[in-house]
Design a protein around this ligand. Structure first.
Ligand code: PRP
Ligand code: URA
Length: 209
């Protein structure tokens, strides 16, 4: 079973409250998502391996640590995942970015894939699938499966808000994938929206509807 981590740092919780607020406008929504993504990037990279190197300080030669060449890839699920990319790249600027385009059929809630474009060396990278919302889990599961079908094996999932139904679905379908969230909410409503959630993340991010 993949590990579930809730990144509940006070700054993250504070900013999350403002993206939930229906009065928050597109510009602020975007900025807040970007900031939360940066803070979550800090948490999701916590277990990156380090190696010891020698560094000459102005005072003495010393041993110190650097990240041990682990290559990362960010995989935003379009559209809303795009809003988390820049925030994460602030901390991990050398990560490559692949894209998976999916939307939920509003009637069946089933994901429909329309675009996949990955770095050519994606199978050698630790890939972080990013999407603000994990509702039924259909989109995340389809994105993870799209990566596995293309030979990728090291995958983590990072979302801002999840419903328990989505977490369960991903843990059952992909027990090798660790999940990082800012909040685990109450449940899904009859339309597949997360309660309390924040509404439609893509629409709020891009000002559509
Ligand atoms: C939203 C969200 C996730 C998906 C979550 O995308 O960004 O990708 O729904 O729902 P699920 O867990 O039930 O699959 P949406 O389909 O609205 O597409 P969009 O980002 O293009 O608006
Ligand atoms: N997608 C969203 O954008 N919001 C939800 O609450 C569920 C799915």
């Amino acid at each position: 079973m993949g590990k579930l981590t809730i990144c509940d740092h006070p700054l993250i919780q504070h900013k999350l409250t403002f993206i939930r607020d229906k009065e928050t406008k597109t510009k602020d929504f975007r900025e807040l998502v970007d900031e939360i993504a940066t803070m979550m990037a800090y948490e999701i990279t916590r277990d990156l391996p380090l190696e010891t190197v020698t560094v000459s300080t102005p005072v003495v030669d010393a041993t110190s640590k650097v990240i041990s060449g682990r290559m990362l890839g960010l995989i935003p699920i379009l559209r809303a995942g795009l809003g988390m990319v820049e925030g994460m790249l602030k901390l991990i600027p050398s990560a490559k970015v692949g894209h998976i385009g999916l939307f939920r059929n509003p009637e069946t809630l089933e994901p429909v894939e329309y675009y996949v474009n990955l770095p050519s060396d994606a199978p050698e990278r630790l890939l972080i699938v990013i999407d603000p919302m994990l509702a039924t889990g259909g989109s995340a599961n389809a994105a993870i499966q799209a990566l596995k079908t293309r030979g990728c094996t090291q995958i983590k999932l990072m979302c801002l808000i999840a419903a328990p139904e989505g977490v369960k679905a991903v843990q059952e379908a992909h027990p090798d994938v660790d999940i990082f969230l800012a909040s685990l909410d109450s449940h899904l409503n009859d339309h597949g929206y997360i309660v309390p959630g924040l509404g439609d993340a893509g629409d709020r991010m891009f000002g559509t509807k």
